[in-house]
Design a protein around this ligand. Structure first.
Ligand code: UDP
Ligand code: MG
Length: 335
């Protein structure tokens, strides 16, 4: 179905006040940052050391409504290094939207998305670039080890990836975060997907194009704290499953069907027993069991449908994905 506001979405909601003419850097690095002031300077030093050796580049720091002095840190970095630009969002929109905002403002021929906490080592970028130069549009960085993460987080993460891989039409690369390199056409394609429920890993996978993977070791967080708790991770998993698969709807359907069949069999048994043995003790327990069980299944099914309905509701509002409070590109691009 045609989105009646598509022109609005593209022209005003995601307006790119970035001059598209003039020299473009070869590389854009998008760094979503939410309360990352503690490690940002160290991050930029390592990023710069790597990027300066690769070609012309810009760094787009997205301040995702931080409540600490992340923004001041970014401005300090910008005062010191002309490669750095800033997109400051009007409030915290979450990592997925912050990343999208950053992508919208990039001008590079190849775009790298990287976390600000040094869990994604900038030193891996040359390997991503090498794969891109070989002709791949999308280069995923896949973690080899998950140091500094609890066994529970590791287990739940691997379960989730395997579930998504088996349930959905889009194959998610296992153990891959948002650390990746994309060619211009992939970034432009991702920019066309303006859905509110943004499961970025799914979106990247949906876009397609020649894709490859580079292995790296994921380091423990350098400074600051992870913004993910289990509730947020659970919601992210729910997002992935309901945005990209119909599996829960199918489970609900089959569960309902199974219970219905069992109930019919059980009813038949009760009727036959009544005919042969006469009316036994009034069947209060069995009645309650059946009523409660069916009630439970119905509620569960409704819940599943509600999850999808809520998403339809959110998508139909056509709100802008994010609001920008301030944008300043890096200076002297293409030097
Ligand atoms: N982040 C963000 N907005 C948020 C939460 C996180 O921009 O609401 C950024 C954060 O600053 C970091 C990256 O997303 O650069 C990954 O966040 P985090 O390290 O907390 O996640 P994890 O590494 O545990 O997946
Ligand atoms: Mg992290």
């Amino acid at each position: 179905m045609e989105n009646p506001l598509a022109h609005r979405t593209l022209e005003t909601l995601s307006a790119r006040p970035v001059p598209t003419d003039g020299p473009r850097p070869v590389f854009s690095v998008v760094i979503p940052a939410y309360n990352e002031s503690a490690g940002l300077i160290a991050f930029h030093a390592r990023l710069r050391a790597v990027m300066d050796g690769l070609g012309t580049w810009e760094a787009i720091y997205v301040d995702d409504g931080s409540t600490d002095d992340t923004r001041a840190m970014i401005d300090a970095i910008r005062a010191d290094d002309h490669h750095a630009g800033i997109v400051a969002l009007s409030r915290n929109f979450g990592k997925e939207v912050a990343t999208t905002a950053g992508l919208d403002f990039t001008r590079g021929t190849a775009v790298i998305v990287i976390d600000a906490d040094l869990q994604d080592p900038p030193e891996v970028i040359p390997e991503l670039v090498a794969a891109w130069r070989k002709g791949f549009d999308m280069v995923n960085a896949q973690r080899r080890a998950r140091d500094g993460e609890t066994p529970l987080k590791r287990l739940t993460a691997s379960l989730f990836y395997r579930l998504m891989r088996d349930a959905g039409p889009v194959k998610l690369p296992v153990d891959t975060g948002d650390f990746r390199l994309m060619s211009r056409r992939v970034v432009d394609a991702v920019g066309l997907l303006r859905e509110r429920h943004r499961f970025m890993k799914g979106i990247f996978a949906w876009v397609g194009y020649p894709t490859t993977t580079v292995l790296y070791d994921r380091a423990p967080r350098h400074a600051g704290e992870t913004k993910w708790n289990y509730w947020r991770l659970w919601n992210l998993a729910l997002e992935g499953i309901t945005s990209f698969t119909m599996m829960p709807l199918k489970i609900a359907t089959y569960l309902g069907l199974t219970v219905a069949v069992i109930s019919v069999l059980y009813a038949a048994e009760v009727i036959v027993k009544t005919i042969i043995l006469g009316n036994q003790v009034a069947g209060y327990p069995s009645l309650m069991t059946v009523v409660l069980f069916l009630g439970g299944v119905q509620l569960m099914t409704l819940g599943v449908i509600g999850e999808y309905l809520g998403r339809v509701f959110n998508e139909t509002k056509y709100r802008p994905l994010y609001l920008v409070e301030r944008f300043e590109p890096g200076r002297e691009q293409g030097d």
